[in-house]
Design a protein around this ligand. Structure first.
Ligand code: PGA
Length: 247
């Protein structure tokens, strides 16, 4: 499977001119890279100013209704009108700071799929004190994908992002990542069957950088990354993409 490298800029950079510069830096850095797909997820407000044939656009969130009295929210239809193809759903920072529940995340995933947007569904345990983090991740996946029609399931991407690894510099160990990716695929198999499970991209996110990317790219069953901090530096992010393309 081709590797998929997704930049999650979070609430950065501080202004539109900087966003355009960063975007341009990444686009020129990945010119000539053909064996990996690149998606950039900037804050909503920058989406309309960014455009490239090479790099696809993603949003960091979506609301489940198409329009109406939902102050401050952005719908999938609005995103589509700006050329957005992907959307991050259920990021742990939204779960923690904005009170996003599994139920809300499920509605958002269904809304994205209905419109043909690819949801990047984030799951991951808060801590690894005992073995129940497997069950924790399984429950997140089952709740997020509840009643999703099987025929739409081919557009789902799962990003495994253990909360303890995000922005901490403490990435997961490759062997642990292998075990979790295998487990996640089995959970998906039990929900949607073999075809979806086999083809679904499973990404890793949590302190990925240009130095550690290679060791995760070698992990069987891991199809790319969701990159936070390191995606704010065009050179660093480009290195990660090139690493993935050479794999
Ligand atoms: P990080 O963030 O790469 O800065 O750890 C990843 C994410 O939260 O998507």
């Amino acid at each position: 499977m081709r590797k998929l490298i997704i930049a999650n800029w979070k609430m950065n950079p501080a202004g539109q001119a900087m966003a355009k510069r960063l975007f341009a830096g990444i686009v020129s850095g990945v010119r000539g890279v053909y064996n990996a797909d690149v998606v950039i997820c900037p804050p909503f407000i920058y989406l309309s100013g960014l455009d490239s044939k090479k790099v696809k656009l993603g949003a960091q969130d979506i609301f489940w209704a198409d329009k109406g009295a939902y102050t401050g929210e952005v719908s999938g239809k609005m995103l589509k009108s700006l050329g957005v193809k992907y959307v991050i759903v259920g990021h742990s920072e939204r779960r923690a700071h904005l009170g996003e529940t599994d139920e809300m995340i499920n509605k958002k995933i269904k809304a994205a799929l209905k419109l043909g947007l690819k949801p990047i569904f984030c799951v991951g345990e808060k801590q690894r004190k005992n073995n129940d983090y497997y069950v924790f991740v399984k429950n997140q996946i089952k709740a997020g994908l509840a009643k999703v029609p099987k025929k739409l399931s081919k557009n789902i991407i799962i990003a495994y992002e253990p909360v303890w690894a995000i922005g901490t510099g403490k990435a997961v160990k490759p062997q642990d990542l292998f075990e979790m990716a295998t487990y996640i695929r089995r959970v998906v198999f039990n929900i949607f069957g073999k075809k979806t499970a086999y083809k679904m991209p499973i990404l890793y996110g949590g302190s990925v950088n240009a130095k550690n990317a290679a060791k995760f790219l070698n992990v069987e069953g891991v199809n790319g990354f969701l990159v936070g901090g390191a995606s704010l530096n065009a050179k660093e992010f480009t290195k990660i993409v090139k690493e993935a393309a050479n794999d």
